[in-house]
Design a protein around this ligand. Structure first.
Ligand code: ATP
Ligand code: MG
Length: 415
């Protein structure tokens, strides 16, 4: 992608109406556009990051047998009345709307009800289980406060997977496995070290659930770290003597390190909560009818993007981990070397790299360098007249700011 063709521009100043670092940097660098508080448009650079994160998650979901679907945003009120969740006193962040004939509809904030209803068409016998449908889809939530940029949107993409199992045992094996799968995802995004599998309250069916909390000053939660190696923590909101007993923990609260943190994902055992309310049953080998045992597994994709920016930036801008950087390489062509720069751009593309090429002719080197650091692609290649006289160019590491001079001929071998 050539800079001169990219319609989104970097801005000189940070937006004044954003308080979060992630929104400030992402808007300044031209990744997103704010429509309303908590409502953002993804510009070309931002969408590339969203798609990369989605694909990492998708790959991990498919590996454990996930089957991707895409459900509707519009929700049938009748289904949600079956579980009591249409009631605004039970769910306080619905966006609701109406058809022209006054029939009420909701904009989905999650999808258990319609999915259980859908699965009644597909689950009959023990042979149909277990199954793991998931989607990457837009949720709507009328959040009270939306000041954390991408981390608390009123409209946001979520990966939501649901497990349908024959019994508690089958469910628990998968549930355990998903802890590892989630940590794999967060490791790939460079958040593994800071992310803790956090015991928290379980909702209405099971006593506990797990949140995946990434330590960050920008977080809205607080966790107590129980085990650094096993990456185990407890959410402050749920910390009590009962948890210590239930999990056989030898800890004293006053000895624990606490940290602010961001909830980037969570996993729940739903048990029979929805299958009972909506009568989702299967027939066992012995011909007995039983309710399906369920779990759900969420990750907020923009929240994850926001969390990565919060923990990977410096005073110059964003520093993407290479797995989700919008491009592999930021190529900077300086004055009077357009021919060579064009050739190297083509050479990189030919070799399968994705490249953002700053081909602006009327822009100073300083502005190009600042923009590259702001945008945050991990590798920068700088082509300038002086070095080129010796058949050399510069490679710069965005994170360390280290610059190496290398020969043009060795470039492709070094990447
Ligand atoms: P929170 O307590 O932060 O509101 P939640 O418990 O409501 O989160 P879930 O309903 O379990 O979250 O949603 C699954 C995941 O979706 C969360 O772990 C989080 O990563 C993400 N998420 C939740 N709400 C938002 C939001 N408003 N904007 C972006 N991501 C969100
Ligand atoms: Mg919430």
């Amino acid at each position: 992608m050539k800079f001169t063709q990219l319609f989104s521009k970097t801005k000189k100043d940070s937006p004044k109406d954003e308080v979060s670092k992630n929104a400030q940097l992402l808007i300044k660098a031209g990744y997103i556009h704010k429509e309303l508080a908590g409502v953002y448009t993804y510009l070309p650079l931002g969408l590339r990051v969203i798609n990369k994160i989605s694909n990492i998650i998708r790959e991990e979901m498919n590996k454990v047998g996930g089957q991707e679907i895409l459900m509707t945003v519009l929700q049938d009120k009748g289904l949600w009345e079956k579980t009591g969740r249409w009631n605004d006193d039970v769910v306080d962040d619905w966006f609701k709307t109406k058809l022209k004939n006054d029939t009420e509809l909701g904009l989905g904030f999650t999808h258990e009800e319609p999915l259980v209803n859908l699965m009644k068409n597909h689950i009959n016998s023990y042979k149909d289980l277990p199954i793991y449908p998931y989607q990457i889809q837009t949720k709507f939530r009328n959040e009270l406060r939306a000041k954390s940029g991408l981390m608390r949107g009123r409209e946001f993409l979520m990966k939501d997977m649901y497990s349908f199992s024959k019994d508690k045992e089958e469910h628990e094996a998968f549930y355990e496995k998903m802890k590892g799968v989630y940590m794999n995802i967060f490791n790939k995004l460079g958040l593994g070290d800071k992310t803790y599998i956090t015991i928290s309250s379980g909702g209405s069916f099971s006593k506990y659930s797990y949140e995946f909390q990434t330590m960050s000053e920008a977080g809205e939660d607080i966790i107590y770290i129980i085990d650094q190696e096993k990456k185990l923590a407890i959410n402050k909101d749920d910390f009590n003597e009962e948890i210590i007993k239930d999990f056989n923990l030898e800890i004293k609260k006053e000895n624990l390190i606490s940290s602010k943190s961001i909830e980037i994902g969570d996993i729940y055992s739903l048990g029979f909560k929805y299958s009972e309310a909506m009568n989702l049953k299967y027939t066992t080998k012995d011909g007995e009818d039983k309710f399906v045992y369920m779990g759900c597994y969420g990750i907020g994709i923009p929240r994850l993007m926001g969390a990565v920016v919060e923990s990977n930036s410096d005073d110059k801008g964003i520093v993407w981990p290479k797995e989700i950087s919008p491009f592999d390489i930021h190529l900077i062509g300086l004055d009077k070397v357009a021919d060579t720069s064009n050739k190297i751009y083509d050479g990189l593309i030919e070799r399968g790299f994705s490249v953002l090429y700053d081909d602006r002719a009327d822009t100073s080197a300083g502005i190009k360098f600042n923009d590259a650091d702001l945008i945050g692609i991990p590798i920068q290649i700088i082509i300038g007249e002086k070095k080129l006289k010796n058949n050399e160019l510069e490679m710069k590491d965005r994170k360390t700011q280290e610059i190496k001079t290398v020969s043009v001929d060795s470039l492709y071998d070094l990447l």
